[in-house]
Design a protein around this ligand. Structure first.
Ligand code: UFG
Length: 344
């Protein structure tokens, strides 16, 4: 069985990706420092696949910890690197913490790959690198704008570090996936998003409001230049997103027509407004959502969605799940979390 190291594999996107790798027949080694995740997720993964991944509690930004993991897993064929801080607002408050963690993390991963002769990497990037694009949908060739936040800048700089490293080392092959907005949960409701504290993102805040943890959802801005005035994003099902990592690794391993650095947009290709999300949630859950229109959130862009033709053509990947089923899965997960609290 081919072995893959997944950093941040206990986190939201990471855990769904581990499930897809195990289901595709890979052996998974998770490296996670549990700074924003819960070790119980390992049980959720095992409940789905019947296999518990190998787990190391280690911090990717700590070279000694990461060296030890690599020295014990020299037989890995590839790395999927998720482990990073991801809160846009927090990154504005604590930029050095973000640069230290996210940049040191990618440097350590690349240098350990070189040292141990592991040549394949899939890197978690973000559509944040496009900022507010002038022309929509965005393709991988759309201009990269000045980052709106230190978090966004860590993704932009990481992509540059990867690209520069590959120019100096023809043994390494990397695919960066630029995610749009991941939402939803595994259909079994065994794993899902586990926000710590008050969620910043729309879907967890919305489902927490519907279940009664939050009083009211604020819809940030209804005066945007969009069909209903609310902001537009490309919401991608987290399991579909997870599958994009598996096909990327398969491409790296096959090496057919591969160039050593490739970048793909991973979204649905469809833009959805905040109000459409609210209405879809009400329709699929049968719940009435308590919401209010509030002023725009600082730093938000107006609208973005992906052109996904490159991923369709080269990776053979396409988002499959409907928005309705995806939002339903997020709601089933929120209800499962509530049930767990009652049973405690
Ligand atoms: N929104 C609300 N109310 C909320 C939360 C969000 O109306 O309580 C709106 C936002 O204003 C935005 C949309 O819902 O219009 C989506 O907001 P999210 O916070 O869920 O997601 P963002 O698009 O702001 O951020 C996401 C990722 C970031 C990434 C960014 C790139 O979370 O990591 O996309 O655009 F950097």
């Amino acid at each position: 069985m081919e072995k893959i190291i997944v950093t941040g594999g206990i986190g939201y996107i990471g855990s769904h990706t581990v499930v897809e790798f195990q289901s595709a027949g890979f052996e998974v080694v998770i490296v996670d420092n549990l700074s924003n995740s819960d070790i119980k997720v390992l049980d959720g993964i095992k409940n789905i696949t019947g296999k518990k991944p190998i787990f190391y509690k280690a911090d990717v930004s700590d070279i000694h910890e990461i060296e030890e993991v690599f020295s014990k897993n020299k037989d890995a064929v590839a790395i999927v690197h998720f482990a990073a801080f991801k809160a846009v607002g927090e990154s504005v408050q604590k930029p050095l913490m973000y640069y230290q963690n996210n940049i040191q993390g990618i440097i350590n991963i690349l240098s350990q790959m070189q040292k141990n002769g592991i040549s394949n990497l899939v890197f978690s990037s973000s559509c944040t690198v496009y900022g507010q694009a002038k022309s929509l949908p965005v393709t991988e060739d759309s201009p990269i704008l000045k980052a709106e936040s230190p978090y966004g800048n860590t993704k932009k700089i990481s992509e540059e570090i990867i690209s520069d490293t590959l120019k100096s080392d023809d043994k390494l092959n990397v695919i960066s996936l630029r995610y749009f907005n991941p939402i939803g949960a595994h259909h079994t409701a065994e794993i899902g998003e586990l926000p710590i504290g008050i969620p910043n993102n729309l879907l967890p805040f919305l489902t927490q409001t519907a279940i009664g943890i939050r009083e009211k959802l604020s819809v940030f801005g209804n005066d945007y230049n969009t069909h209903d005035g609310t902001a537009i994003r490309d919401y991608i099902n987290v399991v579909d997103l997870a599958k994009a990592h598996v096909v990327s690794i398969q491409r790296l391993l096959e090496k057919k027509n591969l160039t050593n650095y490739e970048v793909f947009n991973i979204g649905t290709g469809k833009g959805t407004s905040v109000m459409e999300i609210v209405k879809t949630f009400e329709a699929v859950s049968g719940e009435k959502l308590n919401y209010q229109i509030a002023k725009r959130r600082e730093g938000d862009i107006e609208q973005i969605w992906a052109d996904t033709s490159k991923a369709n053509e080269i990776l053979g990947w396409k988002a499959q799940e409907s928005l309705e089923n995806t939002i339903k899965s997020a709601w089933e997960w929120e209800k499962r979390l509530a049930q767990r609290k009652v049973n405690k």
